[in-house]
Design a protein around this ligand. Structure first.
Ligand code: NAD
Length: 310
């Protein structure tokens, strides 16, 4: 397939393009480099277009020459969505609409182009865990609302025009090519490197569902290669891990004593978060393979190597 990856110079994108290339696909990346890092794509045999998903003409031109789109480019965080809800909406809702409109224009009666959308558990918001596909979304942040709108447009473009859309709700993703990220694994590793200590919000017993980025990349590819359309899938490890346990696993991986201090819990932080992933296993034939211990070790080794070269 000729695959267009929006946000391909970002964390998940740069991992996905490696898997897609290794699987024999032809890859183009559309990224404005507002956040991503061109160096993540060094020495890869792909086509790179620097530009924005908000540029309708560019998007239409790029989408038209591809068989499949992996749409990762987005405003990716809750705090930024709180600071600038309109900007979050513009990028995540109108940016996604631009992509889908370009797909609609490119439809030629065949199954192409397929469209895989990066969503998250944020649309489920204050739903009681575990996260499943059949629970009513109850977003609490503008980010949750904009990702929910993206999912809704994917479903609507399938319902109205038969477009091959699939939305994947990612858990907490970690792994290589995340030097620019501030999510908890990247932040703990950064803090250990600079100060030998970490700061844990609240009592540390809040839980998250961590998925290694290569497992996630396999889910994206499975969704692209599957005939399934008009569906939403939870994609994570399906394992509830406390932040306290995560910090202990990281301590073992880095092989040094890590001092941890606790500060007040963040306002609005969810207490528990994990997903059931049976639907993806059944319909996409996908299952995560990398344990948290192994994934953390690979992430740490990647960081050491990256820092020694950049
Ligand atoms: N990382 C996670 O844990 C996680 C969890 C759930 C969902 N997601 C979703 O997965 C996707 C990828 O996340 P990530 O962690 O790789 O983020 P990232 O910030 O590393 O990558 C996003 C990429 O999109 C690019 N981009 C931003 N605005 C753009 C625009 N207007 N036009 C073109 N490119 C643009 C950035 O430069 C960056 O390279 C996002 O949609 C995010 O919301 C991520």
């Amino acid at each position: 397939m000729k695959i267009l990856v929006t946000g391909g110079a970002g964390f998940i994108g740069s991992n996905f393009v490696r898997l897609a290339l290794a699987s024999g696909h032809d890859v183009s990346v559309l990224d404005d480099l507002s956040v991503g890092d061109r160096r993540y794509l060094e020495n890869l045999s792909l086509r790179f277009v620097q530009g924005s998903i908000l540029d309708e003409d560019l998007v239409r031109q790029e989408v038209g020459t591809h068989d499949a789109i992996v749409h990762l480019a987005a405003q990716t965080g809750v705090p930024k969505s709180l600071a600038n809800p309109r900007g979050d909406c513009q990028l995540n809702v109108l940016g996604t609409l631009n992509m889908l409109e370009a797909c609609r224009a490119a439809q030629d009666g065949s199954e192409r182009p397929r469209f895989v959308f990066a969503s998250s558990n944020a649309p489920l918001g204050r739903q009681v865990p575990p996260a499943t596909e059949d629970k009513a979304p109850l977003p609490v942040s503008p980010y949750g609302a904009s990702k929910l709108a993206g999912e809704a447009y994917c479903l609507a473009y399938h319902g109205s025009w038969g477009l091959g859309t699939v939305a994947l709700r990612f858990g907490n993703v970690y792994g290589p090519y995340s030097a620019h990220k501030t999510s908890v694994v990247a932040k703990f590793l950064d803090d250990i490197e600079t100060s030998g200590s970490i700061v844990i919000d609240g009592d540390g017993l809040q839980t998250r569902d961590f998925i290694y980025v290569e497992d996630l990349a396999r889910a994206l590819l499975a969704a692209l290669e599957s005939p399934v359309k008009g569906e939403v899938f939870q994609i994570s490890a399906g394992i509830e891990t406390s932040i306290q346990t995560l910090s202990e696993l990281i301590e073992a991986v880095v092989g040094q004593k890590v001092n941890s201090t606790h500060i007040e819990a963040r306002a609005g932080d969810v207490r528990r978060n994990y997903s059931l992933i049976a639907k993806a296993a059944t319909m996409l034939g996908w299952k995560p393979q990398v344990s948290l211990e192994d994934g953390l070790r690979r992430t740490y080794e990647w960081r050491l190597d990256w820092k020694s070269r950049h």
